[in-house]
Structures are given as C-alpha cells and as structure tokens.
Design a protein around this ligand. Structure first.
Ligand code: C2E
Ligand code: CA
Ligand code: CA
Length: 433
C-alpha cells in the first residue's frame, strides 16, 4: 500500500490537527506528540546544497512515515523539524518505543550524490491528557522535552514539569533574560474576559511571550518561575505593567473602557514596591487605577500571608482591583481567606476544562462561586473551551468567562481586530466552537 506523504505545514496547522485529534479521543486513550529535530540538517545543506538537502528530507520523511502506524500523523513543521502525532497511545512506554524506533530508522545512512551521510536526530515528547489538555501547550511541552534531550545529550526525552525547571537553569536562560527586555524580545498577548451578564467583552488579561532569537518561543511557565527564583522578575513586571497600560489605551471602546489584568509573582509582592511602581505607571500613561487588575495566585498569598495582605490592601486603597488567580489550588484556609482584600476570584482552568465530565470538578466550581458570592467577590472562570461549559458557568452564576472558546491570547493588533469583529458579529459567531 502506498503510504500518505509527509506534508510540510506550519505549527499553527499542527495545533489545529492536534485539537481535532484530541476532540475525537476515546476516554481511556492518550495522544502523544513527538517533535523530531534533524540537528545536522543546516550543516548538510551547507555542505551539499539545497537540492541535496531536499532529497535528504524527503528520504527521512518517507522513513518516518514507514515507521509509524496508519492512524498516526507525520508532518514537517519547519526546514529541519517533523511532528508525529501518535493517536490513541496507551501509555508513555508506547511513546518511548515509537521514539526509539524512529531514531534508529532516521540515523541509517542516506546517499547524497557520491556520499553516504547520516542524519543526527533528537526527539521531544509530550502526552495529552497526562501533561495538558491544550494543543498549544502540548506542542510547547514537546519542544521543552526536545530542549531537555539536547541538554542531556539523549536521543529522546519525555516532558515533565521538573525537567522544564532544570532546563531553564541549565540553558543559561538567566543571561539571555537579562538582555531580553533591551532587545525587545518580550511581547504581551491579550486574552479577553467576557461578562456573562452582557455577553460582551469587559476586560483582558495580559500574558507575556518571549521570542528568543536562538530558541524560538519560550513558555512563560518556564521563564517566569525562573525569573522569580533568580531575582529577575522586577524589570519584567515593570515592562508588563507599562506595556499593558500603554496598549490598553488604544483599545476600542465599543463597550466602554475594558479592564486590563497583569500577573504578579510572590517575589514581586515580597521584595518590590508594587504599589509605588503601579502609581508611577498609572501617572505616566494617564490611566485610571480602577481599570487595572492585579492577579496574584492563591499559592503566592499563602506563601507569605502577612506581606501579601498588606500589599493587596495598599493596591485596593489606590483603587486597583485585586484578583486571586488559580483559586482552588492553593489550600488557603477560610480563616485567612476572609481577610484577603480582593475583588475577584479566578477559578483555575484545571477545574473548568473538564467540569462537564467530572462531577468533582463541577462541585469545586460550584463551591468557589458560592464562596465568592458570600464574600461579595466577582468570579472569573479561566479555561472555558466550549459553548456548553460557558453556558453551564453562566447558569451557576459565574460573572466573567475567559478561554479558548472566545479567543486565545492575541498580540495587540490582532486583539484590537478581534474586539472590532466582536462588535460587528453576534456572540455565538465570535466563538471558536
Ligand atoms: P495563568 O495566569 O493561569 O494564565 C492562564 C493560562 O491559561 C495562559 O497560559 C493562557 O494562555 C492559558 N489559557 C487561556 N485560556 C485557556 C483555555 O481555554 N484552555 C487552556 N488549556 N488554557 C488556556 P500562558 O499564557 O502560557 O501563561 C502561563 C502562566 O504564566 C500564567 O498562568 C501565569 O502564571 C504566567 N504568566 C504569563 N504571563 C505572565 C506575566 O506577564 N507575568 C507573570 N508574573 N506571570 C505570567
Ligand atoms: Ca493569571
Ligand atoms: Ca491559572
């Protein structure tokens, strides 16, 4: 039987293929994503030219296709990278086996003109739902695992959270982080929050992105905790605060002024004069304090309750809104909770994404909404990925919704276009179903 060719596509096409594969996934099965990098591809092209490079890639693509099963998908996502989607994997052993087989096949010699050459490949792997239920994150995690393979000089690595911390350290990202602001490598993306009352946007969360010239996009889950641990979070927070206030001033006002939320880490609360920094930035951009939300995780507050309570109180005295992020994951006791000066609770996406299938998650969501009600706080649910979840949350009394169903985080210009589009089109047509 003739096997399907390996098409060249972009990472965004890969993400949408992954999304579809995840939707159709049986309950007890997993999806594995393998990112295979041909490390010596550029060198081989320099030595043998582009035409030979093309021959090499098509030979490798054919071999890759022959190694995987008919129901798996192989794609070329850049000059020297392939992605393989393993559909219905049983466990991580299954992925390891696939990766081992692939690396063996790929390193068999290839004849280019008069020469025999060998491709040097490495592979990073991640699984859904074990590591994440988001297609975008699955790709990030597989890329992180690929970095781990480079770092450990192994043929393949499976993603783990601990590994991603180690990698950030080992890669010497600290030094690159120091230069990143000056080099303009950071950018904010904005994800809208929708009011369940008016069904229109009421604000957006600013989420940082780092375009590293050597390593591509690095997830904030890797570099923010590292920046926090190594005393580098203050300039990043200042950048985020100033950029968010500056860019929010240019947003369209179809529904009045939208709020803008920034995230802060435990160290910022502990060691930075956050109220002073915010006061300065508000003055510089002529922004209303009430427009700004500061998100701090429940875990960060619990790490240092006294200092957090003091800083949060000062922020609220300025009229800035305080949101407790990832609520439900931080084990705060009710005794502390009643004293936390806050305006909003954000229910962590880990409870929201599966709330329709998992009765326990639904109970937690219900309980957080009731708790917020009784303390007079608003509730935002993050991780709203479909219409059914959005309407269930509306019925439970959740005030604001945020998630891929409405929009992924978007760069400034795309976010403005999204808002304009939303103003033109009824709500149901604005969502990604
Ligand atoms: P977070 O504050 O909990 O942000 C929400 C994360 O969920 C974002 O990931 C967002 O892209 C993702 N998300 C949004 N909607 C959905 C959805 O429907 N489904 C799923 N599965 N995920 C969704 P992102 O942008 O990768 O950020 C990860 C974390 O990095 C953030 O988690 C936050 O803790 C941190 N972070 C991001 N930007 C900043 C920043 O500027 N400063 C600080 N201190 N931390 C930041
Ligand atoms: Ca947040
Ligand atoms: Ca969260």
């Amino acid at each position: 039987m003739e096997s399907t060719p390996v098409n060249q596509t972009s990472p965004s096409v890969l993400i949408s293929v992954l999304c579809n594969a995840m939707k159709d996934l049986p309950q007890d099965k997993s999806i594995g994503l393998l990112i295979v990098h041909i490390e010596n591809f550029d060198r081989l092209v320099s030595a043998f030219g582009h035409r030979m490079g093309g021959n090499l890639i098509s030979t490798l693509a054919t071999r890759l296709r022959e190694t995987i099963r008919a129901r798996d998908v192989a794609m070329r996502i850049s000059d020297s990278k392939f992605a393989v989607i393993v559909n219905g994997a049983h466990n991580d052993g299954h992925l390891m086996l696939a990766a081992g087989k692939m690396s063996q096949t790929l390193e068999q010699p290839v004849t280019l003109g008069d020469h025999n050459v060998a491709a040097a490949s490495r592979c990073g792997m991640a699984m859904s739902p074990q590591h994440t239920t988001s297609a975008e994150e699955l790709l990030q995690h597989a890329e992180t695992a690929l970095l781990a393979a480079v770092e450990n000089n192994t043929a393949y690595e499976l993603y783990s959270k601990e590994k991603s911390n180690d990698i950030a350290d080992a890669l010497g990202l600290e030094i690159e982080l120091d230069l990143a602001i000056a080099r303009g490598e950071f950018e904010l993306h904005y994800q809208p929050k929708i009011s369940t009352e008016s069904l229109t946007p009421c604000g957006a969360e600013a989420l940082i992105r780092w375009h590293n010239p050597n390593r591509g996009l690095i997830s904030p889950d890797i570099f923010i905790p590292m920046a926090d641990r190594t005393g580098r979070i203050e300039p990043i927070t200042r950048f985020v605060l100033n950029s968010a206030l500056r860019e929010a001033a240019d947003w369209p006002t179809h529904w009045g002024e939208l709020s803008v939320a920034i995230n802060v880490t435990p160290t910022v609360i502990d060691q930075v004069d956050l109220p002073g920094m915010i006061l300065g930035a508000l003055g510089m951009w002529g922004a209303e304090a009430a427009r700004l939300f500061v998100e701090i995780t429940e875990g960060a507050i619990m790490a240092n309750p006294e200092a957090s309570l003091q800083v949060l109180k000062e922020l609220r005295d300025l009229d800035v809104h305080v949101s407790i992020d990832d609520f439900g994951t931080g084990y705060s006791s009710l005794a502390y909770f009643k004293n936390i000066p806050a305006d909003e609770l954000k229910i962590d996406k880990s409870f929201v994404v599966n709330m329709l299938e998992d009765a326990g998650d639904e109970q937690i969501v219900r309980a957080v909404i009731e708790l917020a009600r009784s303390f007079g706080l608003a509730v935002t649910a993050e991780g709203v990925e479909d219409a059914k979840t959005a309407s269930a949350l509306g019925s439970l009394g959740c005030d604001r919704l945020q998630g891929y169903y409405y929009s992924r985080p978007l760069p400034q210009q795309a976010f403005i276009a999204w808002l304009d589009d939303f103003a033109q089109t009824p709500v149901a047509d604005n969502s990604r179903s």
